[in-house]
Design a binder for this molecule. Structure first.
Ligand SMILES: [Zn+2]
Length: 216
């Protein structure tokens, strides 16, 4: 299968906006792809927007963004909306998109899947599509108890090193989550292995996304 690459113009960095409801969503959903973009493109900049990052979760979000994006991190917006309650604070959440994210004018947006079982995730996906009307949006997936894994249609094959680094960084950055029964190396490796199998990735590992509207 041929691969598509981003058309990067000299002197104009590829601007990537990563949107996550909670402080580990971006890294779980597209951490491997972020590492790969940073390695492959000489000029790329990342903007992080995390809507619920309170207390230790705030410092974990800061640490994780620095691990995954490094020097390419140009902005990190950390908000303190209550986990699970975002749809009930919808007007305030939407205002963040309108007043703080729209102006970034990104080339590529990573956000949640619109069919995600978590209500906070669904809201941010809807608002991403409401706000960005002529942009490339890729929706990432988050494994969870609810069992909402679907059939993504865009795959990013990862290098063995990239897949390993993603898991290592997740475990290092999000210490507070390690008591959760699903937050371990095998969950993250298994999902990347399945997606790698589905796209015949040379390394065996990939991340997958929903690309609902693409221009070629
Ligand atoms: Zn989440």
């Amino acid at each position: 299968m041929i691969s598509l690459n981003f058309d990067q113009k000299a002197g104009k960095p590829l601007k990537v906006l990563c949107i996550g409801a909670h402080s580990d969503d971006i890294e779980i959903g597209c951490g491997g792809t972020i590492l790969q973009l940073a390695e492959r493109y000489s000029e790329v900049e990342f903007h992080w927007a995390v809507f619920s990052a309170i207390g230790v979760r705030e410092s974990e979000a800061q640490h994780a963004a620095s691990l995954f994006a490094g020097q390419r991190l140009k902005g990190q917006l950390l908000k303190s909306f209550q986990d699970g309650f975002m749809p009930f604070a919808g007007a305030d959440v939407k205002a963040v998109f309108e007043q703080e994210l729209k102006n970034i004018s990104p080339d590529l947006i990573f956000t949640h899947n619109r069919n995600d079982a978590h209500q906070d995730h669904r809201l941010l996906s809807q608002l991403a599509w409401n706000t960005f009307r002529s942009h490339l949006i890729l929706e990432y997936e988050i494994p969870k108890y609810d069992g909402d894994m679907g059939q993504p249609n865009c795959f990013v094959p990862l290098t063995p090193e990239g897949a390993a680094k993603k898991v290592q960084f997740l475990m290092e950055a999000f210490q507070s989550q390690r008591t959760k029964h699903w937050f371990d190396e095998s969950t993250f490796q298994a999902l990347m292995r399945l997606r790698g199998m589905e796209c015949n990735a040379p390394s065996g590992y990939a991340e997958a996304f929903y690309g609902r509207k693409l221009t070629l």
